[in-house]
Design a protein around this ligand. Structure first.
Ligand code: AMP
Length: 116
């Protein structure tokens, strides 16, 4: 699916607030932040979700994605206080955009895993 919003951001058709980029990843601020720091890390390849990426991403792309998550969190100053990473998959995971993305949330206590 090359019509989703992140595919458009990758093609430069829609702007984003970029915080980091490498050969295989792009990271930018979430447009509707759920925490003081809320950054999305996406692969440049058109993988739908983590399951697709795990099965079909190259070792180089997978390593770059993991490295980007750590680098972005460090650069955002989240390492000491801690943070949460989340990747939603499919309907039950409440995934809205069908291009793999990792949410990085931090800057305050993020609370329990699920609201009860
Ligand atoms: P998910 O529900 O895991 O698919 O999350 C999609 C995320 O993309 C949400 O947190 C949205 O706020 C975010 N989002 C949607 N459009 C944009 C955009 N143009 N720039 C940055 N973030 C966006």
């Amino acid at each position: 699916d090359d019509t989703n919003i992140f595919a458009k951001i990758l093609r430069g058709e829609i702007p984003c607030q970029k915080v980091d980029e490498c050969d295989h990843t792009l990271s930018f601020n979430d447009i509707s932040p759920q925490a003081p720091t809320h950054i999305l890390v996406i692969p440049k390849g058109s993988y739908i979700d983590m399951a697709d990426f795990a099965a079909n991403g190259s070792a180089e792309e997978q390593a770059a994605f993991l490295a980007a998550i750590g680098r972005v969190a460090d650069q955002a100053g989240l390492a000491e206080g801690g943070y949460r990473i989340i990747s939603n998959i499919g309907k039950n995971g409440h995934q809205e955009v069908p291009h793999l993305h990792m949410h990085i949330l931090g800057g305050e206590p993020i609370g329990p895993m699920r609201a009860r």
